[in-house]
Design a protein around this ligand. Structure first.
Ligand SMILES: *[C@@H]1O[C@H](CO)[C@@H](O)[C@H](O)[C@H]1NC(C)=O
Ligand SMILES: *[C@@H]1O[C@H](CO)[C@@H](O)[C@H](O)[C@H]1NC(C)=O
Ligand SMILES: [Zn+2]
Length: 419
């Protein structure tokens, strides 16, 4: 009898350590004037409330999504009402979505047949994904190579999948999973990597593309953050690096790149969700990408996958200065979003980061653009906020299918317009 009891205790302790979101709500706030916007912005300063802006206040025409811890829900609602600020409840109890996802989504499976028997309609633990990466390379030795480009703070490998059919070709970069809680991004990358292997030799467009260029894909750019989001805190965004002098850990890797590092729209506060880190490229996950791309120097396109909001954005985030090939970037974004919408009617907005959302500094596409990679884009995948980061698994494959059409447009264009 003793052994099972002990075991039960361990399970309970482990369960208790998990961050829960019982009664937490996500509010969609519509500030209708600059004054209202400033009031909502002032909430950002109240660190003790532990508010989490899923969509930050930018300007009065854009909706704001705010996750409010249960114990402050009524205070925040009262504050909004007393200032005549309109809001609605997008998610009534975040924990119920987290529970639902846990029971339906996190599939750990015994696979008999490599990537063929992988469930593409589900989210997976990191171990499953790493096995899948290994399997994909093993099943397609002529086309796919798995390369280890670095290690995370906690010592996990960072892999890139190289799809290549020749030598000395221009290269296309795609990464997913740089923010832990945005599970849809690595799930989409997995589907796309598999799609490349099934389409090469069958589909003329991808065959022709891979006869001209290589594709380098990082499925999981921030493995530590993903694991932490799956095991401890579903809303974890940052890396997991620790530093002396603060109990907060992690850096926002998408504020850690050498692109106006430390400027507006990145925090110097270690506890902040957008903490930029102590110095440029302090995060080994960022350093791995930077070193790899610099070493190769033949990249013509850089695509990074995030969620959510349904936006396709190009540089810059840190400055109002327009990129040199603005018209081209804009035209291609238009074509890509049209292609995306053609499948299920999913509408994306597109534009420069600073114009569409906010000024931010140290993001990856500003860096890659300044490295001379002219076609640098960030996707913010589904949805528009109904589920936000809690996008149900039933949307993984449709999201991947439509996104693939847009990415193919960008890749083909880049291949046909070599520098
Ligand atoms: C694995 O899946 C592939 C593709 O469906 C199939 O051709 C192969 O026979 C399968 N192998 C086994 C051992 O089931
Ligand atoms: C930073 O933001 C402030 C306040 O919005 C603005 O006045 C300033 O011009 C910005 N600095 C740069 C370099 O863009
Ligand atoms: Zn992100």
């Amino acid at each position: 009898m003793r052994v099972p009891l002990l075991f039960l205790n361990i399970v309970l302790v482990a369960a208790r350590r998990q961050v829960t979101y019982i009664g937490d709500q996500v509010l969609r706030i519509s500030a209708s004037s600059q004054k209202q916007l400033n009031l909502v912005k002032s909430l950002e300063q109240l660190e003790h409330l532990k508010l989490d802006f899923w969509k930050e206040p930018v300007r009065s025409s854009l909706p704001i999504d705010l996750r409010v811890p249960a114990k402050h829900v009524s205070t925040i609602k009262k504050f909004l009402r007393s200032n005549d600020i309109v809001y609605s409840v997008m998610i009534k109890n975040l924990q119920s979505l987290v529970d639902e996802e846990r029971t339906s989504s996190l599939i750990s499976e015994l696979r008999q047949n490599g990537t063929y028997s992988f469930n593409y309609r589900s989210f997976h633990p990191l171990k499953e994904i790493y096995r899948w990466i290994k399997d994909l390379a093993a099943e397609n030795p002529q086309l796919v190579r798995r390369m280890r480009i670095g290690k995370s703070s906690q010592g996990r490998a960072i892999h890139v999948l190289k799809f290549s059919t020749g030598h000395g070709r221009p290269a296309i970069w795609i990464d997913g999973g740089i923010h832990g809680r945005e599970w849809i991004a690595p799930a989409v990358a997995i589907w796309m990597a598999k799609k490349i292997t099934t389409d090469y030799g069958n589909d003329p467009s991808i065959t022709s593309l891979l006869n001209k260029a290589d594709i380098f894909m990082v499925i999981m750019a921030n493995p530590d953050g993903y694991v932490y989001s799956q095991t401890k805190d579903r809303m974890w965004r940052k890396t997991m690096s620790k530093r002396p002098g603060t109990h907060c850990f992690g850096v926002d890797p998408n504020r850690n790149f050498d692109a106006n590092f430390g400027g507006n729209g990145s925090s110097r506060v270690p506890c902040s969700e957008t903490y930029r880190g102590p110095h440029v490229h302090s995060e080994p996950e960022v350093k791995a990408i930077v070193n790899f791309i610099k070493k190769h120097s033949n990249f013509i396109a850089f695509i990074t996958l995030h969620s959510y909001s349904q936006r396709l954005m190009y540089p810059y985030g840190y400055t109002q200065d327009t990129p040199e090939n603005l018209e081209e970037l804009d035209m291609l974004a238009h074509e890509a979003t049209e292609a995306l919408a053609s499948l299920y009617g999913t509408r994306y907005s597109y534009g420069r980061i600073i114009q569409l959302i906010n000024q931010n500094s140290g993001n990856s596409i500003d860096w890659s653009y300044n490295q001379g990679i002219k076609y640098s884009y960030v996707f913010e995948l589904r949805d528009e906020g109904q589920y936000g980061f809690m996008l149900p698994r039933s949307q993984i494959v449709p999201t991947a299918e439509e996104t693939w059409l847009a990415i193919k447009k960008i890749m083909e264009y880049a291949c046909n317009h070599l520098p």
